[in-house]
Design a protein around this ligand. Structure first.
Ligand code: BES
Ligand code: ZN
Ligand code: ZN
Length: 478
């Protein structure tokens, strides 16, 4: 969707359809109040009414609605408008404060992934035009709106870029496919890019990650992307779980649970999207994105429950379940990232546990770590950005559940509850002492993918992690 801003009153802008958000108090004074009443329109949130004879689409919204409501209402309105045969839609501002939310609603809500359709049906609607004028005819500073538009488009498009990669099949997006995607992004955006193949991983003694990928015909890759501006205020390391497919390995998943496991690379895709946006926004922050791209499969040479693996930092891991593979990959990638970059913060993004979904529901990212202030900063950044985050607390008793009698640590918990937290406590074994307070783990198992539309999301990858991280990073630049 092409989103534009025109510094003119709404009336003077040419478009096929006008979108109006109205609240219940404005119903009576609306020029088409009788028609709206006839249609049963009560201006309830996201209630839509198309007055085609007047080329108007009316969308209900609460009085004093939040950004969250505007974002979601805009997405609903666009989804409806895309089913008509208009090519362009225009609307006014609802104060500059809500402009970013409306842009996000438009770009994220109109997203469609039809790469696998033999006959894609593109919508005739291709253009959304915002006037600089407010709904109440007051005017905004056009420069302020212009800069909101530029910034928001970069972030929303990066989110759609993530969705596009997540949505690709495991056949099309293998670990090598992830490496090629990263190289292409690096070329386009002037990033540094280093790829390690199996030999490189062996040289680095990354045997946990190598073991997970061993039974696959698609060998693992470690990807390191770096954005290094001249005057960086901070150095941030991002780590992403990139399981291009998670069959569960020998601890094979049940048939129904295996479906959607192409999304197990969503953490890796998110860190690529984040570094893409950071480089386009030209933020004064050095960002490193590390990705462990691996396929977890079965075969005669598969790693097994009962194996003991040695991770890059020297710790040994007793494997009791090969489906708890993400933490094994992250153990090595976290080790490699810390050995190669001395960062102010390290954040990891992973579709790590089904337990996180049980704990927080399917829309919310789990936030875990040792630094209470930092975790709260993230919950606030997520809220600001339109994502949901919830803190899952560590405690010393949960830590005991991943003790191993055989090795230094076990890859699964001895108790069936609190699985998102025990997974994070496993990762804690691979965080260096000096980084403990600077690390946050994001479990995006629930938030990264959806099979039913919600908020600004359509079927498939959601791009979870991108908007909240850009919000947090931009706060650091203030
Ligand atoms: N990739 C899965 C987690 C997952 C499940 C993500 C559902 C998205 C939706 C992960 O590798 C996994 O299989 N975890 C196991 C851990 C268990 C064996 C301790 C799980 O959650 O069941
Ligand atoms: Zn798994
Ligand atoms: Zn997994």
């Amino acid at each position: 969707m092409n989103v534009k801003l025109i510094n003119q009153p709404l009336e003077t802008i040419a478009a096929d359809l006008t979108l109006e958000f109205i609240n219940a108090n404005e119903l009576e004074s609306h020029p088409h109040s009788a028609l709206l009443a006839q249609a049963g329109f009560k201006a309830e949130n996201e209630q839509l009414c198309a007055l085609h004879e007047h080329r108007i689409l009316v969308c209900g919204i609460d009085k004093e609605a939040s950004n969250e409501l505007y974002r979601s209402a805009m997405a609903s309105a666009l989804k409806a408008a895309m089913n008509y045969s208009y090519a362009s839609l225009k609307l006014s501002q609802y104060s500059a404060e809500h402009f970013a939310a409306l842009i996000e609603g438009a770009v994220l809500g109109s997203y469609k992934f039809d790469a696998y359709k033999s006959e894609p049906k593109p919508s005739s609607l291709t253009e959304v035009i915002f006037s600089t004028e407010n709904h109440d005819k007051t005017v905004n500073d056009a420069d302020v709106l212009e800069s909101i538009l530029t910034q928001t488009l970069i972030i929303a498009k990066a989110t759609n870029f993530v969705r596009d990669i997540v949505n690709q099949t495991p056949y099309d997006m293998t670990p090598q496919g992830m490496a090629v995607t990263a190289e292409t992004l690096a070329d386009k955006n002037g990033l540094e890019c280093t790829i390690l193949d199996v030999n490189g991983l062996e040289d680095e003694k990354m045997f946990a990650m190598l073991s997970v990928g061993r039974a696959s015909v698609n060998p693992p890759r470690l990807i390191h992307l770096a954005y290094k501006p001249a005057k960086a205020k901070k150095v941030i390391t991002l780590v992403g779980k990139g399981l291009t497919y998670d069959s569960g390995g020998l601890s094979l998943k049940a048939a129904a649970s295996m479906v959607t496991m192409k999304m197990d690379k969503a953490g890796a895709c998110a860190v690529m999207g984040i570094i893409k946006a950071v480089s386009e926004l030209k933020l004064d922050i050095e960002v490193h994105a590390f990705i462990g791209a691996v396929e977890n499969m079965i075969g005669g040479n598969a790693y097994k429950p009962d194996d003991v693996l040695r991770a890059k930092n020297g710790k040994t891991i007793e494997v009791r379940n090969t489906d708890a593979e993400g933490r094994l990959v992250l153990a090595d990638v976290l080790g490699y990232a810390q050995a190669n970059v001395n960062a102010d913060y390290i954040f990891d993004y992973a579709t790590l546990t089904g337990a996180c979904m049980v704990a927080l529901g399917p829309y919310t990212t789990g936030v875990m770590g040792h630094n209470e202030t930092l975790k709260q900063e993230w919950v606030d950044a997520a809220k600001q950005s339109g994502e949901y985050c919830g803190i899952l607390p560590f405690n010393r008793h949960l830590k005991k559940l991943i003790k191993s009698d055989l090795a230094d640590v076990c890859n699964v918990s001895s108790k069936p509850y609190g699985g998102a937290i025990t997974a994070a406590l496993f990762l804690d074994n691979f965080i260096d002492e000096n980084m403990k307070e600077k690390w946050v783990h994001f479990d995006i198992a629930g938030s990264a993918y959806t099979e039913s539309a919600w908020d600004v999301h359509t079927y498939g990858g959601t791009g979870a992690g991108v908007r909240m991280t850009l919000n947090w990073l931009m706060e650091q630049c203030k």
